[in-house]
Design a protein around this ligand. Structure first.
Ligand code: ZN
Length: 298
């Protein structure tokens, strides 16, 4: 049967990159293929796109799945094979190149227990500007003088202790208990307005309808803030002192967390949501935190 219109599928040779083959563990030129799917009209492909990507290892010839976002660029065959593997890696896959260099350096410095201990501490940190900065300092380990190394070791160790403490204390942050108060206030305002024996015009009715949730939200925020401040002073600080954490580093971690996402199941989400209130409360207590504590870390 002849179809004027229908699905269209083909495999396209996209070019060559340098990659680490998961089958033979060689870093080698790999040919990248994309599965192109779309539709055709009179056998002319229209509205097509790459739905799947695979690479074929130039060493063992085996095929593995790959992600186009990993590559800076994909070079045409004639250009790729005029380069050495190192040059091809630099052009097409600089992230892998940096990873290999870093792993080589770790092996070289592996006999230094202070380096390996600090590396372990840094790896325990969440991705963020603190981890990026400490990793950068670690890469320059050989160029650091003794004082700088001691600072780096101390900072990495304090931050690791702080992240462990943050993870354990976060589920205890008071959360939505104040929500009920906000709803009650809102209902109370609506209820009083309903029973007041006056005739309401449309504007007044609209005003009362909006005032209920608005005042309820303000009361809710106030109540949450009060509870979190109390919890900071009565739970967070004593527990933190018991765990021996440095509160400046704890606040630096809070500042480094990404903004809270309502759908997140992240264990640090309660701390993320109330980070500003906690920081403000800590700055009023005698724990060595000021309002710009994280900036003072460096
Ligand atoms: Zn291979």
């Amino acid at each position: 049967m002849f179809f004027v219109w229908g699905p269209h599928s083909s495999v396209s040779d996209l070019g060559v990159v340098a990659d680490l083959c998961p089958q033979c563990a060689a870093v080698t030129p790999c040919r990248v293929f994309g599965k192109v799917e779309g539709a055709h009209i009179f056998f002319i492909p229209v509205a097509s796109g790459i739905t799947e990507l695979a690479a074929v290892c130039g060493h063992c010839q085996k095929r593995f799945r790959c992600d186009i976002n990993r590559y800076k660029t994909i070079l045409p065959e004639f250009e790729a094979f005029s380069l050495s593997v190192e040059e091809l890696l630099d052009r097409t896959n600089p992230t892998l190149k940096a990873k290999i260099e870093w792993s080589t350096k770790c092996e070289e410095l592996g006999s230094d227990p202070r380096f390996t201990e600090t590396l372990r501490s840094v790896e325990e940190l969440r991705s963020g500007s603190l981890k990026t900065r400490l990793s950068k300092d670690l890469r320059a380990w050989n160029q650091l003088d003794e004082g700088q190394r001691l600072n780096l070791i101390g900072e990495a160790s304090e931050l690791t202790r702080a992240i462990k403490f943050a993870t354990s204390i976060s589920p205890q942050v008071p959360e939505n208990a104040g929500c009920a108060i906000g709803i009650l206030i809102c209902l109370a305002i609506w209820g009083v307005a309903f029973f007041v024996p006056v005739s309401w015009d449309n504007g007044s009715l609209m005003g009362v309808a909006l005032a209920g949730p608005l005042i309820g939200a303000v009361v809710y925020q106030f109540d949450v803030s009060r509870r979190v401040r109390l919890w900071t002073a009565e739970t967070l600080v004593p527990e933190g002192r018991k765990a021996g954490i440095n509160f400046r580093h704890f606040v630096a971690l809070l500042d480094d967390l990404p903004p809270p996402n309502s759908r997140s199941t992240e264990v640090l989400k309660p701390l993320q949501e109330h980070a500003q209130i906690i920081r403000e409360e800590l700055s009023t207590l005698d724990v060595g935190v000021d309002r710009h504590a994280s900036e003072a870390l460096r």
